[in-house]
Design a protein around this ligand. Structure first.
Ligand SMILES: C[S@@+](CC[C@H](N)C(=O)[O-])C[C@H]1O[C@@H](n2cnc3c(N)ncnc32)[C@H](O)[C@@H]1O
Length: 250
């Protein structure tokens, strides 16, 4: 199956994930770790590419921190929506099309969140992304964690689904075609001699809470605990997304 453009999924994505509580929690925990483990709020004018950036909210955030940002997405509808959000005064450079075909090199930072799992060949996408980094540059990668799908199916009683070992979606809905397992991603990181600076779980438990828990009312407590637990096991390994921050060798 080819890489999944979100052209047909944009409204579903906006409503269900990106602009809902789950998207907010993911963004908050992700930014918390980015600020704690990179120099993004200490230096200015870093060259940052946000690959498969969707509606562009992280691109906007990087720009607000004073950096030179390249926004990319394969979906024309995403690109259109993002450019409306950026507005006329923004200096974000918009690069549409598959990120694997971009001509970017020597970047200080690559941000690639929730994208590799939508690619036909996630490892090739990973290699392509790090080739755009300068030596000493930082990769901020967040990926959809296969293990979380297994846990969720176990909790739902979908035992035959778990037996089947088939968890990838069909490209028509919001289940990624290639949910990733942490071990494989760590192997790709190792193969490329990247140094891991931090690993975190983005949404370690909120996706599993009992339906009786009033998530909106308990949001402050949930975010506080998600933050507190996000840096340690087993919470990293069971999170819906895993974020790895690593540095390319000099
Ligand atoms: C799940 S969304 C994530 C969007 C954003 N990064 C976020 O975290 O909210 C995946 C995005 O990757 C885009 N995408 C898929 N394959 C791509 C490719 N080869 N190059 C660039 N973008 C791609 C999709 O169009 C979609 O907008």
């Amino acid at each position: 199956m080819p890489d999944v453009s979100f052209e047909h999924l944009i409204d579903h994505y906006k409503n269900k994930i990106q602009q809902g509580i789950k998207g907010d929690i993911r963004a908050e925990i992700s930014k918390y770790h980015i600020l704690n483990h990179t120099s993004l709020d200490q230096v200015k004018n870093l060259r940052i590419a946000d690959l498969g950036a969707g509606l562009g909210d992280f691109s906007l955030w990087f720009e607000s921190l004073g950096h030179q940002v390249f926004y990319n997405d394969i979906s024309p509808a995403m690109v259109h929506n993002a450019s409306l959000c950026f507005g006329k005064d923004s200096s974000i450079e918009i690069l549409s099309g598959p990120f694997q075909q971009l001509n970017l090199i020597d970047l200080d930072v690559i941000h690639i969140q929730a994208v590799l799992e939508w690619l036909e060949d996630p490892e090739a996408g990973f290699n392509c992304a790090i080739n755009m980094l300068k030596p000493g540059g930082t990769l901020v990668l967040s990926f959809f964690n296969l293990e979380s799908l297994i846990v969720k199916n176990l909790f739902k009683g979908n035992y035959y689904k778990v037996d089947s070992g088939q968890f990838g979606g069909d490209g028509k809905g919001l289940t990624p075609i290639n949910p990733l397992d942490k071990k494989s991603v760590l192997t790709w990181i190792q193969k490329n001699n990247l140094n891991i600076i931090n690993m975190a779980g983005l949404r370690s438990f909120v996706d599993y809470v009992n339906p009786t828990v009033p998530v909106k009312e308990r949001l402050l407590d949930i975010v506080r605990l998600e933050k507190e637990l996000s840096g340690r096991e087993p919470y990293i390994s069971m999170a819906r997304y895993i974020q790895v921050i690593c540095v390319k060798p000099e």
